[in-house]
Design a protein around this ligand. Structure first.
Ligand code: NAD
Length: 321
């Protein structure tokens, strides 16, 4: 059995590895070769924590396992990240534990890979301005991954807590992109691609603020009750997602669904676009929206890459159970 630490994950898994792993598992999900098992999520009544499991099996990639972890709000005071997770990988032929892999860094890169897969497949090729709504832990990862998908010339950004924006501006500077903090209306008027990655529970971007032809990747809404954009905007867009069952219940589309503005049939798996069974964007004026809810198979895909690369590089610890 292998143990792959957080530090080793950072050393071995790059953005292109995560992109390839996530694109491939989205493809396998759409073709029925990979599926997620029901998610367990519980308030444990201790330390105000939310704890759970996300698991699944990718028959095409032969990856079986689970990500276990959750949210411990008091961790900041202990110098730890509030979100904590660990991935367990099992041999699909024998059920034996294959690897224990740190899941914190991998969660950020796999989430950024999901929005960047959506940008690669759905954003206009001539997109020049990237709009960022959110400036928390995930936002920097999102910005770096998105910047590799198009020839962006500028980043415009807004955050509920404006004091967090300079840190995101530093990321833009590091990758050589001009960065401007703007109001939300201006962000919508300028951006060709918008990523939202917040913990908001109310719409932050309204339909009338967004230009025709925009691609949105809504990445923050992963729980019932969270919301980042106007349901009318979701209804006006062609909607794609990682997993339709999650999109309609815990993703951004939950609100447009419950308001009766759209139905399940209006939502397409991004894997269908990757596999060529859906055309994706069909005009330069179409608004496309990727509802990135986050599935366990994404975690297993990147953890499997981490375990393989760490083993190849002699960076994994071998333990006999
Ligand atoms: P974080 O705590 O580091 O940052 C939170 C962000 O939300 C900040 O930009 C903050 O200013 C903003 N925010 C907080 N309260 C707000 C409010 N009332 N209105 C608007 N904005 C508000 O969190 P993070 O790790 O960057 O995660 C951001 C979100 O992404 C969370 O909701 C998290 O659950 C979600 N997430 C989704 C996935 C996925 O796969 N889809 C993966 C990881 C995280």
């Amino acid at each position: 059995m292998l143990i792959v630490s957080e530090e080793t994950c950072k050393e071995v898994v790059g953005r292109s590895d995560a992109f390839a792993a996530v694109e491939s598992v989205f493809s396998a999900m759409a073709s029925g070769d990979a599926y997620n098992f029901p998610v367990i999520r519980e308030a444990i009544g201790h330390a105000d924590a939310l704890y759970g499991f996300k698991s699944g099996f990718d028959r095409a990639g032969l990856v079986l396992g689970l990500k276990s972890g959750g949210y411990w709000p008091g961790n900041m005071d202990r110098g730890l990240t509030n979100h904590q997770s660990t991935v367990f990988l099992f041999d699909p032929d024998t059920g034996q534990l294959q690897a224990l892999v740190g899941g914190n860094y991998l969660t950020a890169v796999r989430t950024a890979a999901a929005s960047s897969v959506s940008i690669a497949h759905l954003a206009r090729k001539d997109a020049k301005v990237l709009g960022m709504v959110g400036a928390g832990h995930q936002a920097g990862f999102q910005l770096r991954a998105a910047a590799e998908q198009r020839d962006f010339e500028k980043v415009v950004a807004w955050n509920f807590h404006p004091d967090m924006l300079p840190k995101l501006g530093t990321v833009a500077e590091e990758i050589g992109l001009p960065f401007e903090a703007v109001e939300r209306e201006q962000l919508g008027a300028e951006a060709d691609v918008i990523i939202s990655i917040t913990s908001a529970h109310d719409p932050l971007m309204m339909k009338d603020w967004v230009k025709p032809g925009t691609h949105l990747a809504c990445m923050g809404t992963d729980t019932k009750g969270k919301q980042e954009v106007d349901p009318e905007l979701v209804a006006a867009a062609t909607v794609f997602t990682d997993e339709i069952a999650q999109s309609t219940t815990i993703g951004e589309a939950q609100h447009a669904i419950s308001n009766g503005l759209i139905s399940d049939a209006d939502i397409t798996s991004i894997g269908d676009v990757i596999n060529g069974t859906h055309p994706g964007r069909t005009s330069d004026s179409e608004i496309t929206l990727f509802d990135g809810t986050g599935v366990g198979l994404q975690d297993l895909a990147v953890a499997s890459v981490a375990a393989r690369l760490a083993q190849e590089g002699g960076q994994a610890q071998q333990v006999q159970l």
